[in-house]
Design a protein around this ligand. Structure first.
Ligand code: NDP
Length: 385
């Protein structure tokens, strides 16, 4: 019996994680489930899994949660600190599936416990990669990547002989505007941007996929997780999203992981690791698939790719600024306050304006994240359409 905590249990990744866990109730005991304010979904999941604790980050939602859990054994709690406390309660396996840098402190609390921490939540690795990895090493925690690309690389990477890796090939679907002109992208709506052709995901990552900032964040995430120089991480468009990424070795062998576009595959890998577990997905039908296509990405139509690579190469505070500015700009786009093309333009502008000293602690990253959000909010006001 393994104890499990899911941070961000009501989201897309959280729901997929619950689906797998609930198929094997004799193997998993749920300690804590957290959400921001989706009380109905959180309370239902807490009841089904007999969770010990359910937490809403937004404290104003706590009375509703208490009411929804009345008469059950699950405790209810609310507030940002309560989410961090839930993460700090020991669990053998923790899924980090909060969206954005809001997941950073809860992830750090889970890591400090020294268990297995699965990071779907990529933004903390982008903003605070060195701090997160140092904390995991200190606590003896095992970090596993659930992001499908990084999970694919993890499955193919020879950690004992990293010098034998020539290249990492990070695949990208290209999102819904892969073939759109810049002029067409100027007019896209939030509804069009969140309609990803292959994956069903939360709104923020769907917009990131449409701008290709998601691939930029993943480039930085890959550089954090795998001991390969950043100029040897290549992004290749692969619209079918069947090859989730590949590792190219010096002898000319390229190892890739293939699978359906369903997050339950990489999550199952992390849940069973180092073993394997069955999932409900049908086997990949290569004959039905017929073909796979590849192309080079276009950094002119998708400037987020260029910005992310520059931030990675600049190092220091740049990745944290890139991420925080992007979170604010994406939220403004989803709220229809700025246009689609303004997202990358604002991120670039903020990267030029703000140049703090490299952060060496969690507090320093949090301060840079907060300052970047304030600067970006001002830029959003200037761009409001
Ligand atoms: P969703 O938007 O679907 O879910 C986000 C979760 O975080 C929800 O449980 C939400 O609660 C909770 N949440 C939101 N804001 C806060 C906050 N301020 N404090 C605490 N909890 C909060 O996101 P996804 O599941 O799509 O993505 C989660 C993470 O995983 C992201 O970092 C994303 O980049 C990454 N990822 C996602 C993939 C996918 O397929 N979806 C694939 C690979 C990576 P509530 O429901 O109450 O709002």
């Amino acid at each position: 019996m393994r104890s499990v905590t899911i941070l961000g249990a009501t989201g897309s990744v959280g729901t997929s994680t619950l689906d797998l866990i609930e198929r094997e109730p004799d193997r998993y005991r749920v300690r804590a489930l957290t959400a921001n304010c989706d009380v109905a979904k959180l309370a239902a999941a807490a009841k089904r899994t007999k969770a010990e604790l359910a937490v809403v980050a937004d404290e104003s939602c706590l009375p509703d949660l208490r009411a929804a859990l009345a008469g059950t054994e699950a405790r209810a709690a609310g507030g940002r600190a309560a989410v961090i406390e839930a993460a700090a309660m020991h669990a053998d396996w923790t899924m980090g599936a909060i969206v954005g840098c809001a997941g950073l402190e809860p992830a750090m609390a889970a890591i400090a416990n020294g268990g297995t921490v699965v990071l779907a939540n990529k933004e903390p690795l982008v903003s605070a990669g060195e701090v997160v990895l140092a904390a995991a090493a200190k606590a003896g925690a095992t970090l596993l990547p659930a992001d499908s690309e990084h999970n694919a690389i993890y499955q193919c990477f020879d950690f004992a002989r990293p010098e034998r890796v020539r290249r990492i090939v990070l695949t990208a679907s290209g999102g819904p505007f892969r073939q759109s002109t810049t002029e067409e992208m100027r007019r896209v709506t939030p509804e069009q941007a969140v309609a990803h052709p292959n994956w069903s995901m939360g709104a923020k990552i769907s917009v990131d996929s449409a701008t290709m900032m998601n691939k930029g964040l993943e480039l930085i995430e890959a550089a954090r997780l795998f001991p390969v120089p950043s100029d040897r991480i290549e992004i290749v468009l692969h619209p079918q999203s069947v090859i989730h990424s590949a590792v190219d070795y010096v002898d000319g062998s390229m190892l890739a992981q293939l699978g359906p576009s369903d997050m339950r595959v990489p999550i199952a890998h992390c849940l069973a690791w180092p073993d394997r577990m069955p999932t409900p997905m049908a086997p990949l039908d290569l004959v039905a698939l017929g073909r796979m296509d590849f192309a080079a990405p276009d950094p002119v139509r998708f400037p987020a790719l260029r910005l992310a690579r520059a931030a990675l190469e600049a190092g220091g505070a740049a990745p944290a600024i890139l991420n925080a500015a992007n979170e604010i700009a994406v939220a403004a786009f989803l709220a229809r306050r700025i246009g689609f093309l303004e997202i990358a333009a604002i991120v670039e502008d903020v990267l030029h304006r703000y140049d703090p000293a490299p952060p060496e602690s969690l507090d320093a990253v949090i301060a840079i994240d907060a300052e970047t959000r304030a600067i970006t909010a001002e830029r959003v006001e200037d761009c409001v359409v």
